[in-house]
Write a protein that binds this ligand. Structure first.
Ligand code: NAP
Length: 414
């Protein structure tokens, strides 16, 4: 007896994109977008299309036919080779990125009880180093080499969550990483309470779009920080109480080469920004929670702007991870800095239920074709993305919601 259901011997070597082999039949190879160290650089340089062997799976694992993949900033980091060469974490000389997917379970390991071939799923990216013995996590598709930018992806059974039948493949693939992270940051780590006010950096970005929705659902007022009028509109449509355009406060950004004069200007800008918060709230009060991820450029302001006993919850550092801030503002006003990193299966499951119930909505703003996956990342790198974006992988066109519907369209196309 083998650990997994075995594919028939007449499995095709490789299947063209936009087609699938019979359910449960696993080809030898798959189409994938691959990062290699010799190509490290901006996304259009680091990603290349290759034919790769389909993954073998172990007893705790599943193989999923990817219908659509969500696009996240972590694949940009992986391709840049910064701030770390992530290939060193798995030891292979190639990396298939992609930490969000929707698709169909194609093969199931012998120890996986909850899922079967044919189930329609989304995948959360909390990959356990030793399932069952430790909650130490790595991020699937970032610290593991088997992510969703390929026809087939390998994940642990515990990473699967049900796909909402109301969502298209691309919508379902678009929310997991950023939404589950934002949910963990605000609900589990900062423990936001009704009546609190929350400053959300990047209010029109991936994390921020969900932070706004979660604040609203929790009875909090979200003040979204954005950099354009279009993004302001997007944030307000998601339920922000108000918006601040950070371009009106250019001196607020911390720069590592700061001299005394610039520091003075930055403090002036922070004060003006604080007054803008009062204006948005309609009262002279500070925010209890700051939702942080830009990092170096905004962190000193975040610490300063949080109220007495306030919380600064942080999960990322887009503008730089070596942070400088005046610690007196932290201790004198007894504020707390809270680190947060993705989510565990329980937290992701609770967050996914809100999606299934329609209480939180995906914020997919653009769907890319497979051939444009590197360009989609380049667009995110240029900070030209609102909400979240996704790429079709197995799905032959946008708008499809179920495997049966997808097969019918594939058959029609021949
Ligand atoms: N640890 C984790 O589990 C985890 C999970 C998800 C994401 N992250 C990290 O969190 C960061 C954000 O991810 P995301 O998916 O939300 O990215 P995103 O969709 O690109 O959004 C990032 C937002 O940051 C804002 N921003 C960029 N430069 C800024 C600056 N200098 N000052 C203030 N705001 C700035 C931009 O908004 P405006 O230009 O409109 O202000 C942008 O919308 C990334 O570094 C990512 O790697 C970490």
């Amino acid at each position: 007896m083998t650990d997994v259901q075995t594919a028939p011997t007449d499995a095709p070597t490789i299947v063209p994109l936009g087609q699938v082999p019979p359910l449960g039949v696993v080809p030898e190879k798959m189409h994938a977008w691959v990062i290699r160290p010799e190509r490290f650089g901006e996304p259009v340089k680091s990603f290349a299309q290759e034919e790769m062997p389909v993954w073998d799976i172990g007893p705790d694992e599943v193989l999923v036919q990817v219908m659509a993949a969500g696009i996240n900033y972590n694949a940009i980091w992986a391709g840049l080779g910064e701030p770390v060469n992530i290939l060193k974490s798995h030891g292979l000389d190639f990396h298939i990125a992609g930490s969000d997917a929707s698709g169909v379970v194609w093969k199931v390991g012998s120890a996986v009880r909850k899922w079967k071939v044919g189930d329609e799923v989304v995948i959360h990216c909390n990959h356990l180093v030793e399932p069952g013995t430790s909650d130490l996590q790595t991020i699937w598709g970032y610290e593991t080499p088997d992510g969703s930018f390929a026809q087939f992806t390998r994940a642990q059974g515990q990473q699967l969550l049900p796909k909402s039948p109301d969502l298209t493949w691309e919508e379902a693939a678009s929310y997991g990483l950023v939404y589950f992270t934002a949910h963990r940051m605000l609900i589990d780590r900062a423990e936001i309470q009704p009546g609190e006010d929350v400053l959300v950096w990047g209010g029109a970005g991936g994390l921020g779009s969900f932070a706004i929705q979660l604040c609203k659902a929790a009875g909090c007022r979200a003040i979204a920080v954005v950099s354009s009028d279009d993004k302001a509109e997007h944030a307000m449509a998601l339920g922000a109480h108000g918006v601040i355009n950070r371009k009106d406060f250019p001196d607020l950004q911390f720069r590592p080469d700061e001299d005394e004069e610039r520091k003075k200007k930055r403090f002036g800008a922070m004060k003006a920004f604080g007054k803008k918060i009062w204006e948005v709230l309609g009262e002279k009060k500070s925010v209890e929670v700051v939702f942080e991820h830009p990092g170096r450029a905004t962190f000193p302001a975040s610490v300063w702007l949080a109220s007495k006993f306030g919380r600064i919850v942080i999960c990322g550092a887009t503008t730089g991870y070596d942070l400088t801030f005046d610690v007196r503002h932290l201790w004198m006003s007894q504020k707390r800095i809270i680190g947060s990193h993705f989510a565990d299966a329980d937290s992701a499951g609770r967050a996914n239920k809100l999606i299934m119930q329609g209480q939180v909505k995906p914020v997919l703003t653009e769907t890319f074709e497979w051939k444009d996956l590197a360009e989609a990342h380049q667009k995110m790198y240029r900070n030209e993305v609102y909400g979240t974006i996704a790429c079709l992988v197995g799905a032959p066109r946008p708008g499809l919601k179920t495997y049966d519907e997808t097969l019918a369209v594939m058959k029609e196309a021949g």
